[in-house]
Design a binder for this molecule. Structure first.
Ligand code: PLP
Length: 462
């Protein structure tokens, strides 16, 4: 058998990858032609690839490596836990110390009466839990007709059948028979793309009031919950107008529907608070968590549940769970990650140092001829590419053409920045320093300049 190591030539690894590895969210045929980029190691905010390139990872992996790469403490904790108790389940009236300790720590950090944690292996699994939990909650309260969950178009809540249905990604719904029944999608508060000539705050209010309209149209007795990301991430880092969330909270309160905040990206410091709900000023009944919970060092997710919902669910058996719910190694790693975030003041660093430095630098990109708006909250930011800043016009090409060109230039300039359609997005490790930020902005500007020239050559700037 071939031993596959970092020492094989890149082309050989790429061929082996193409032969047997199916990549998620990828046109695998196309990738096989081109060859995947191979990442071999990482430290802090920097990735190294198999060609020795050092790349600034302005996406923190997939929005998850909050404390940065290369923290030996997490490796040590994982090794210790694997030796002591690599696995045991939490199904049949048993538990273990890592799950106990992590649930207690999360309850401690979460605001208000969000005091109970149902563990999962990922954000998708946690949102599947939420679908079943809120429907079961209402059934136990004698209102089984309350089964509809309202979500938003262009939301991302995961990729399983349930969580992909909650999400509002049409490209996902087109494949595999999604969405499942009783999920309803309203419009998103995306002023830049959909606000036309309206004032952003008026638009934000209108988009929030779509929730009330949907509740009245579908019938209050049919609605179980509303789910949303405090700030949409995968949809393009869409910062809602300030008017949006207070109105959503008012509507959820008025009609007594459960509010689920999907904190998978916003949680654990991303927006300058422990949770995005604190940043946007809402009080959810359930939070979905994953990603930054372990800074991606181990796969783990969960639902943080308020006292009232947990008390109702505690009546009888909730026929739900995952083999890896509260996995001891993942839980121990997550606990160590939270210790580092807390003891090293990483959230204060986002709020007081990296966030303000990034905001100034990021918003300065708005003077670039290709950039329409530059938005950032804490350390999640986006810029909208446009051929016309005044009209916010799209390009005369398929959506995503310009974004893809820009992303390819970023890669070539050793910067990982993603594109969602024609928005460029960042979500760097929270430990990013002001020095890293100036490198990031220099590379971003260079990439934008190069993308501009390419778009000009292709006659796409009209
Ligand atoms: C990534 C993500 C998920 C899904 O998490 P997985 O761990 O990939 O299953 C859910 N919600 C949001 C907001 C996400 O960004």
């Amino acid at each position: 058998m071939t031993v596959i190591t970092n020492h094989l030539p890149t082309a050989e690894l790429q061929a082996l990858d193409a032969a047997h590895h199916m990549h998620p969210f990828t046109a695998n045929g196309e990738l096989a032609e081109k060859g995947a980029r191979i990442i071999t190691r990482a430290k802090g905010v920097t990735l190294t690839d198999s060609e020795g390139n050092e790349i600034l990872d302005a996406m923190a992996g997939l929005w998850c490596v909050n404390i940065g790469y290369g923290r030996d403490e997490l490796a040590d904790v994982a090794a210790r836990q694997m030796r002591e108790l690599p696995y045991y389940n939490t199904f049949f009236q048993t538990t273990h110390v890592p799950a106990i300790a992590l649930a207690n720590k999360i309850a401690d950090l979460a605001p208000g009466d969000l005091n109970h944690v149902f563990f999962a292996g990922s954000g998708s699994e946690a949102n599947d839990t939420n679908i079943r939990m809120v429907r079961h909650y209402w059934a136990l309260k004698g209102k089984p007709s309350k089964s509809i969950i309202i979500s938003r178009k262009n939301a991302y809540h995961g990729s399983s059948v349930g969580s992909g249905s909650l999400g509002g990604m049409t490209a996902m719904h087109e494949q595999g028979g999604l969405p499942i029944a009783d999920i309803h999608h309203i419009d998103q508060p995306h002023w830049w793309a959909e606000g036309g000539d309206s004032d952003p705050e008026v638009f934000g209010l209108e988009r929030a009031q779509e929730l009330e309209k949907a509740i009245l149209a579908l019938g209050e007795d049919r609605i179980a919950a509303f789910i949303a990301e405090p700030i949409q991430g995968a949809g393009g880092v869409i910062v809602p107008p300030a008017s949006y969330w207070p109105e959503i909270q008012r509507i959820c309160d008025k009609y007594e529907i459960l509010l689920i905040a999907d904190e998978v990206i916003c949680g654990f410091g991303r927006t300058g608070n422990w949770f995005g709900s604190e940043t946007v000023g809402i009080t959810p009944h359930i939070m979905t968590i994953a990603k930054g919970l372990s800074s991606g060092y181990a796969p783990i997710g969960g639902s943080i549940v308020c006292d009232e919902v947990a008390a109702v669910i505690a009546d009888g058996e909730f026929n739900h769970g995952y083999t890896y719910s509260g996995h001891p190694v993942a839980a121990a790693v997550a606990l160590e990650n939270l210790r580092i975030i807390e003891e090293e003041g990483i959230i204060a660093h986002v709020r007081d140092v990296a966030g303000p430095a990034m905001k100034e630098a990021w918003e300065s990109l708005a003077d670039h001829p290709l950039v329409g708006e530059a938005r950032i909250v804490g350390l999640m930011g986006s810029i909208a590419l446009t051929p016309n800043k005044d009209t916010r016009a799209p390009f005369a090409a398929d959506a995503g053409t310009a974004g893809f060109i820009c992303r390819e230039r970023c890669f070539a300039n050793n910067l990982v920045m993603r594109h969602v359609g024609d928005r460029m997005i960042i979500s760097p490790p929270l430990v990013i320093t002001p020095e890293d930020i100036s490198v990031l902005i220099t590379r971003a500007r260079k990439s934008l300049d190069e993308a501009y020239e390419i778009l000009k050559e292709q006659d796409l700037l009209k």
